[in-house]
Design a protein around this ligand. Structure first.
Ligand SMILES: Nc1ncnc2c1ncn2[C@@H]1O[C@H](COP(=O)(O)OP(=O)(O)O)[C@@H](O)[C@H]1O
Ligand SMILES: CC(=O)N[C@@H](CCC(=O)OP(=O)(O)O)C(=O)O
Length: 289
């Protein structure tokens, strides 16, 4: 009996959060590095389905970088990253599109369906959801061509609003399209930040494979709160590096676009989304303006 009463208590504790977030949009970015086991993936999809059923409007943006890398290796194609972005030639683009839409997106959609949710998978190419142009990288002041990497110009969010305001959970793959109809590979954190801003989401949660932002990639600590100025200092010092760069930039873009809350959280913790949303302290790193 005591156990049951405790369970009821936990549910009641969530009430103020449920009331506050009812009808609000939350954008969740699920990074490839956090998709480490079927069990964890299941728990993340359970959380997202639960959020939908209690009245929030979750929109999921997924990555899949490790899967793309593994498939490229199997095809004998070399892959290189510049400023955290994959250099994407014609062949790499085809593989990225195949893996993201043919594998990752559909696996997630199926998992949500198994949990009883209604998920609809789409990429930024569908309905011209993500309009982009070619992105160049800046390496020590030099402009570098990184191939078919997309710079987002516009999010045509109507389709997402339509789905999220209905019974659906949109599941978005990070691809975009330019005016000429060419497809582009876009970092999933960048996509999540831009979508959160376009939807004026209440929250953006970036799920990854570290407890949050640390004082350096190899440190054991965690920075609970960090602002824009501190972020740029760390990027300059090289203590925020690699895949963390597009993540923090995506977070800052979301804040600039009017999103109230941005968190980088450890997607390897079971039910990390519920812990972040329904506890006072939350988990991970909060990014502020
Ligand atoms: N200051 C930092 N704190 C934490 N992680 C960092 C930091 N700087 C760089 N990183 C790296 O960023 C990685 C997360 O980005 P990424 O590999 O792109 O993950 P995801 O697939 O979730 O997008 C971490 O595993 C870590 O190696
Ligand atoms: C341009 C670019 O870097 N695109 C990424 C898209 C996938 C992604 O961002 O996946 P994660 O979130 O799992 O890292 C890539 O090709 O890996």
């Amino acid at each position: 009996m005591e156990e049951l009463i405790k369970k009821a208590g936990i549910l009641v504790e969530a009430l103020p959060y449920i009331q506050k977030l009812n009808g609000k949009t939350v954008v969740i970015k699920y990074g490839g590095n956090a998709m480490i086991s079927e069990e964890l993936k299941n728990k993340v999809m359970e959380d997202i389905t639960l959020l939908k059923f209690i009245g929030l409007h979750p929109v999921l943006v997924h990555g899949g970088g490790p899967d793309i890398s593994e498939t490229l290796t199997r095809f004998g194609i070399q892959s290189e990253f510049v400023n955290g972005l994959r250099v994407t030639d014609d062949e790499t683009m085809r593989v990225a599109q195949m893996v993201l839409m043919g594998k990752t997106n559909k696996e997630i959609v199926s998992l949500i369906s198994q949990k009883g949710g209604k998920a609809l998978g789409l990429s930024g190419i569908d309905g011209e959801l993500i309009e982009c142009e070619k992105q160049y990288a800046n390496v020590d002041g030099k402009i570098v061509d990184i191939g078919y990497v997309g710079k987002i110009i516009k999010i045509n969010q109507k389709v997402l609003e339509f789905l999220a305001n209905d019974d659906y959970i949109p599941v978005v793959a990070p691809l975009g399209v330019d005016k000429e109809g060419r497809s582009y590979n876009i970092n999933a954190d960048t996509v999540a930040g831009a979508i959160a801003a376009a939807l004026k989401a209440e929250k953006l949660m970036l799920l990854t494979d570290t407890p949050g932002i640390k004082s350096s990639p190899t440190a054991d600590d965690i920075i609970y709160e960090i602002n824009q100025k501190e972020i740029y200092k760390m990027i300059e010092a090289g203590t925020i590096a690699g895949g963390m760069i597009p993540k923090v930039k995506g977070g800052l873009e979301a804040l600039a676009g009017g999103v109230n809350n941005v968190h980088i959280i450890d997607g390897r913790i079971p039910h990390c989304l519920l812990l972040e949303i329904f506890t006072d302290s939350g988990i991970g790193t909060m990014i502020t303006r």
